[in-house]
Design a protein around this ligand. Sequence first.
Ligand code: CDV
Length: 313
Amino acid sequence: MQRAFNLAVAQVGGIQPGEDRKAVVARLISLLEASHRRGASFVVYPELTLTTFFPRYWRDDCSALDSYFEREMPNAEVQPLFDRAKALGVGFYLGYAELTPDGRHFNTSILVDSTGAIRGKYRKVHLPGHADRVEDVPAQHLEKRYFEVGDLGFGVFEVDGIRVGMCLCNDRRWPEVYRVLALQGADLVVLGYNTPMEVPGWREEPHAKMETHLLSLRAGAYQNAVWVAAAGKSGDEDGAHLIGGSAVVAPSGEIVARARSEGDEVVVADVDLDLSEPYRQSVFNFAAHRRPENYSLIVDRVGRGDPVPVDFS
Ligand code: CDV
């Protein structure tokens, strides 16, 4: 890929429980083709793209949900997406539920280059929600029950000549994620999300759902001098409402492209990776200005605690 290229974010409208992989993959291919027609050489798909957002369902026996997981990638059902992308010379990011050969469950994403080769993998670290059943709510959010915390860290991968970092949904709200990726020279951070309006125990005004989503992307991009591209699963899913707002954000923190609907929609942005340079050479010149000796609390402490005494005598 050139330093300047067209980047597509493929927002996917709600996927209903009865919709099979074949139908979903057909939708993804049509979003891919629309992206390609608009000149895109890379497409970002959502988190858990291939099925409905199943962590909303309680099952006494977790293995009852194994049908929502992929045992290999690509597999026969997803192969047509890989084939079509390769034929068009388009790379992509895809989120899916991963079941490993030794029976581990992860919320995973991959980076695929324009030749169809998988160049990177990420397993979600910040799992939101809860592990126990919550009574009297329209939907559960059981990511802490159905997935293990990711064990691959935050990697940056070379994809068609550019450095790409990944994360998934709730990760986008944590500043440490972008900084760890930016410290490895990421030019672009890509992510997928499923953000339901109703999450048990999550108190936020309805208008703040979109605000905090976009704020997180913008802050991550600006404070780390990277491009950020985020694709959501959006709209109605089995009676639950997921926010839209799939977007591409420049290193200035400005949103340069954003979905208008809550359905299947391609958003294309004209990305120039070199627009990061002025920020990298001035305000966010990490080598010149960072003072990590003052940040040790970030890794030494997890939760909020008491102030650390300061000797100012
Ligand atoms: N899938 C997610 O990680 N969703 C979370 C919330 C809404 C539970 C998010 O941060 O969007």
